[in-house]
Write a protein that binds this ligand. Sequence first.
Ligand code: NAD
Length: 481
Amino acid sequence: MRRPEMLIGGTLRPASDGGVLETPNPSTGQVLAAIPEATAADVDDAVAAAGAAFPGWRRAAPAVRSQALTTLADVIERHADELARLDADDNGSLLREMRRDVDMAVFYLRYYAGLVLQLHGDTVPSEPGTLTYSLRRPYGVVGRLIPFNHPLMFAASKIAAPLAAGNAVVIKPSEHTSLSALRLGELAADVLPPGVLNIVTGTGAGSGDALVAHPDVRRLAFTGSAATGRAIQRRAAEVGVKTVTLELGGKNPLVVFPDADLDTAVAASVRGMNFTWQGQSCGSLSRVVVHRDIHAAFVERLVETVSALRPGLPDDPGADTGAIVNTGQLEKVLGYVRLGQDEGARLCTGGDRVTDGALADGLFVRPAVFDRVDPRSRLAQEEIFGPVLAVMPFADADEALEIANGTSLGLTASVFTRDLGTAHRFAEDLEAGYVWVNEVGRHVPGTPFGGVKDSGIGREEDLDELFSYTQLKNVHINYGR
Ligand code: NAD
């Protein structure tokens, strides 16, 4: 069995106590590899290595940091097929989707490599004989924790901004999907100076907690579930004053008005739910709020479209959706399907595990649509992070907004209408960090992505993400006599 190693201080190594975690392929059930289960001492080593590398990296000319990130992007691009394969095997998503993820990772590394000269401060007019200016200083060691759904994309793109800003990074991927991050470590070892990037694997409660609680990690960035985000915020505060940014989950609404083109809105609802990743996407529009005048026709077409979606193995070009990442997540999805029925919602299609044929050994669930979901029910309120779409009718714009904003989460939202006034009102009033009008799912590079309410703190994928890895220092010089 393969035993990939962690990158710590420029060296590839196993966990210091030899501990490993087996990582299965969710499409087949076969064990793919044994990944290191880092100990707290390993995390200490990674943070110490990052701390030692930081001064040199911070002082490197911006062009040197930029070139290193560009080279890393080039290396990833050359290994794109291999990395996408690792992800598809590790998390069950379709190979073509994981291949696109690699392209995004390459894009963001190049994007932040190109922004290094934006890390400038300001001068502020002050009295004669004085000069006042600000500088952007990196934090030092940044701790980065990422989830399972886009393994390589997050492992590579989420290190770009902190490294470009002059920080050293310790990143911990999800214990369920660490293979591509470990491979990234092998590739980065030849590109980045030792200690600038460290990759530790293991569980959230083990190496994840050790990283969050490490006193020398003053800047934490977390992408994952809302519950874990809050636990991390709490834990970090026990140790010191840390800057914590959180990219958390969503229960995102898509509102369809009767003036929208029905076929377009139905197709967008299917695309926006990200069935192609088994619904395992933070930005999935998992609540469709439809005007009652078109509700029946909308649901009929939606169910027809969703029931035609075919689960399949990652490299099956005809597959529309892949496997659920692990058995815990599978049980969670199936549990919500039962709960929805218990709560009185109407299960129109899917929601059952595929138990026959070539997919019988994998964790495949047919895409589900529930109709007549009570907006206050748990099915409507809680993030499932699986292929379960909840439809609920509304009578007027006020009610649509009340339903759309009626959860504790607020990541993305979408509205379909041809009416300019309705579009602007919803763009203004939807409680979400990213709003689409007559569009779903698109992350426009360079625009701020992030949540409001329990969906998070901070914005990423834009210039602000780069700035968020710096602290402003003001300098006042009295040079007069
Ligand atoms: P998760 O919260 O279970 O785990 C995320 C990461 O945190 C993993 O690396 C895990 O090992 C680690 N972790 C878990 N508990 C920890 C602890 N106590 N201390 C330190 N680290 C800990 O999330 P997941 O199941 O891997 O991912 C799914 C979630 O991620 C969903 O809620 C989804 O919406 C969210 N997500 C958000 C975004 C975004 O950009 N807002 C993007 C992708 C996924």
